[in-house]
Design a protein around this ligand. Structure first.
Ligand code: MEV
Length: 438
């Protein structure tokens, strides 16, 4: 068994790599070569990336693709997508083109409220705590003024703070539940700083509150942290057109396609096993844009899936209907995003992605991201309900296999031509490639 190492973080990058390759690899030289070949030759750029996290040894590449021709509220948008999964960008581009001829995507931001909580324990009478909270409430605002000043200038800040009694679920447990508007920033630092000040104010004021007994004065703050569940930071994306205009696939009529599509969505609405995969397809589009624009995809994922279960059962994020001959497909999802602060001003490719999107506000980015999700879902459901998903997937997979076997340009052309009319599978491609190489 490998021995643990003390003081690893203090080692230089070179020393860290040497320790890793000599400890974990049968061929240390090859491992070192792979790790270092991804270093950027621009030392300043490499240093920037090294310092995003601790113990950086290399860069982990992920393709940055683009899906052009998205018509969103009448405006053409080219969407940057950072994703490793074959076929996601191709599917988004196809859906974008399909809908650009049918009125495009319509989006609206429904709300932009973010949430943070101070979780605390208070052992005493609830009505006394409520009276105390009302007395000191203005102090939560005044004592965070130095933190909120700049945000207020930009039109944001603390919206409200309320006291929530959770003792029915956990003994002596209460919360300060605060809502915020963080304008174009995702706002994590701002919210957490406000919350930590609220916690300080809460504890200090309790000690001085005369109506409290000695025990009631000893409020225990357990933690202060934003919530990634943001059901009131909501955006809606929608497409619609007459069923008669849905014609795309020669094997299926527009009416049958619309009916099957709506059924597929209804299945995801009532069946959690399907809903998870259905929503995963939506997240293929969402995460790719969230990553490309330097936002936190884990936060988005956590919040979106919690929202998908808000009625007590995990369900589809998107919905579809046919009414009076009109097909409508839409989605409302919570997205807490930023276009200033964090990685957005640091990562050169993030800056490029945001410029490609023409410097969107956070609200505009919410709409673009929601569209990417809806487009992805449309593309997946269209394939699933017509040709099946594997046809498109295997075409992209073919490229990966060709790369894996370092196919030459001529071989690529021959293999692609052959599999125009033959079913792609890993072994079929490998066999065919081998036959060409004989
Ligand atoms: C694959 O990454 C995503 C899909 O499974 C989504 C879906 O089934 O709707 C194709």
């Amino acid at each position: 068994m490998t021995k643990a190492i003390a003081g690893f973080s203090k080692l230089s990058k070179e020393e860290k790599i040497n320790w890793i390759v000599n400890t974990h690899f049968t061929n240390p030289e090859t491992a070192k070569q792979v790790i270092t070949q991804y270093w950027n030759s621009d030392e300043a750029l490499q240093k920037l990336h090294d310092e995003f996290i601790e113990n950086t040894i290399s860069n982990f590449y992920m393709p940055l693709g683009v899906a052009p021709n998205f018509l969103i509220n009448g405006k053409n948008v080219t969407i940057p997508m950072a994703i490793e999964e074959s076929s996601v960008v191709a599917a988004a581009s196809k859906a974008a083109k399909f809908w650009s001829n049918r009125g495009g995507f319509k989006t609206t931001v429904i709300s932009t409220e973010k949430i943070g909580q101070v979780h605390f324990i208070y052992k005493g009478a609830a009505d006394k705590l409520e009276a105390f909270f009302q007395t000191i409430k203005p102090k939560f605002f005044s004592e965070t003024e130095s933190i909120t000043k700049n945000m207020q200038k930009r039109g944001g800040g603390i919206i409200n703070i309320s006291l929530r009694d959770k003792t029915g679920e956990l003994e002596n447990y209460y919360q300060l539940h605060a809502t915020f508007n963080t304008k174009d920033s995702m706002g994590a630092n701002f919210i957490n700083s406000c919350l930590e000040q609220f916690a300080k104010t809460l504890k200090e004021q309790a000690l001085q509150y005369e109506a409290f007994s000695e025990m009631e004065k000893q409020i225990q703050v357990v933690m202060s942290i934003l919530s990634n569940y943001v059901p009131n930071c909501l955006v809606r994306a929608e497409v619609s057109c007459p069923v008669a205009d849905l014609k795309e696939d020669k094997h299926i009529s527009q009416e049958e396609f619309a009916e099957k599509f709506v059924r597929a969505v209804q299945i995801a609405e009532i069946e959690p096993y399907r809903a998870v995969t259905h929503n995963k397809g939506i997240m293929n589009g969402i995460d790719a844009v969230v990553i490309a624009t330097g936002n936190d995809f884990r936060a988005v994922e956590a919040g979106v899936h919690a929202f998908a279960s808000r009625n007590g059962k995990y369900s589809s994020l998107s919905h579809a209907k046919v009414e009076n001959g009109i097909f409508t497909f839409w989605m409302e999802i919570p997205l807490a995003l930023g276009t200033v602060g964090g990685l957005t001003g640091l990562h050169p490719l993030v800056k490029t992605a945001l410029e490609m999107l023409e410097h969107p506000s956070a609200e505009e980015l919410m709409q673009i991201v929601a569209v990417a999700g809806l487009a992805q879902n449309f593309a997946a459901l269209r394939s699933l309900t017509t040709t099946g998903i594997q046809q498109g997937h295997m075409k992209m997979h073919l490229m990966n296999i060709l790369n894996q076997f370092q196919a030459t340009e001529t071989e690529r052309l021959q293999v692609t031509a052959h599999f125009e009319h033959n079913t792609v599978s890993h072994s079929a491609v490998v066999d065919y490639l081998a036959s060409l190489r004989k």
